[in-house]
Design a protein around this ligand. Sequence first.
Ligand SMILES: *Cc1c(COP(=O)(O)O)cnc(C)c1O
Length: 431
Amino acid sequence: MKYYSTNQEVPPVTFREAIFKGLPADNGLFMPESIPVLPSSFFEKISELTLPEIGFEVIRPFVLGEISDNELNEIIQSTLSFDIPLVKIKNGVYALELFHGPTLAFKDVGARFLAHALSHFTKKEEKKLTVLVATSGDTGSAVANGFHKVPGIEVIILYPSGKVSEFQEQQMTTLGGNITALELDGTFDDCQALVKQAFLDKELQASKNLTSANSINMARLLPQSVYYFYAWAQLSEQEKESAIFSVPSGNYGNLSAGLIAQLMGLPVKHFLACSNANDTVPMYLWNQKFEPKPSVATISNAMDVGNPSNFVRMLHLSENSYRTMISRITGYAYTDHSTLDAIRKTYALTGYILDPHGAVGYLGLSDYLKANEGTGIVLETAHPIKFRNTVEHQILREIPMPDHVLETKLEKKSIPFNFDYIQFKNFLLDL
Ligand SMILES: *Cc1c(COP(=O)(O)O)cnc(C)c1O
């Protein structure tokens, strides 16, 4: 499979090149040249397959000829080693819980797959791969955990001191080993500026094997298609005919992965693109105008994106046609006030504890089902404990701490840094 740039100004590349580069030189996004359709025999037996078995079948055509079946199997086993249960909220409405990984959000799936896929390609090389990431919190945690102890790869995380949550900081700074956290006396933008400058630095590029673990990397997107199949496989035969996926969205990677699953043959009846006040994509779906704007802070903060990068992928997956897109996707946007209301009411009526992101998806699904029939699946993208105060204030009880989080009371290790490129560059050269 070759990968083209959505700007079409550079030639198509292999899977390996697409994931090492992350972004094509013409500033487009990589996309597979064709979307493989899975055989009907796969769908007939899907309900008997495990999550890694489904993952293998879904990803195989995208890496064929570059990663052997044995090695792909190992990569998938290490990536999808936690469950993604489909939990019933009430009749006809389910939550697909994507938060049972180490950092309690769906980004674990993509970060882990990227780590193991990169490692697969660098294993045979002498030069170590250095992954640089600037983070405002969640990406750093997922990348740190996904890459921890992965052979042949060193990870440098830059985060703004005092501007990430305690939980996120703990996840980035306590692992040690091949993970180094630089605590910058500055903002997230400063962190990003240093990383960008490093990628433009010819001297550094010549002596180091640098790459980024950016969220628009193909290797973060592809494995996200897998859980749409896995969720569908768990529905009853009757429910399978009318599956509706409600996707709380920010940069629209998750939704793009769903569209890929549908084009691979997954019989999805409809998708719901649900956002908070950052409603650029829902607005487009309503009136065909794509008008990016500065992001607004909300309680579902992982979705605070005013100019979503993956919108271009959504277009390419919809034959570049507005009509095609709206025949597959309906947009919804909600205020923080409605989101809090949804957390409180859903708990009172069903006992299910939504996080603020899942609550936005739940609202979209409820509105859609007022006028349409179907079986709804809300993607629950984060564990409610990550937004403990907000959620507990609505449900008026404590959220139990997931077991695997309790144990990580390790010592924080970070290197204090100033916003100084020369210091940063020398640090990288000395690694
Ligand atoms: C990143 C994130 C989102 C947004 O996902 P996209 O793929 O960027 O649309 C939603 N919820 C949570 C909890 C996230 O971390």
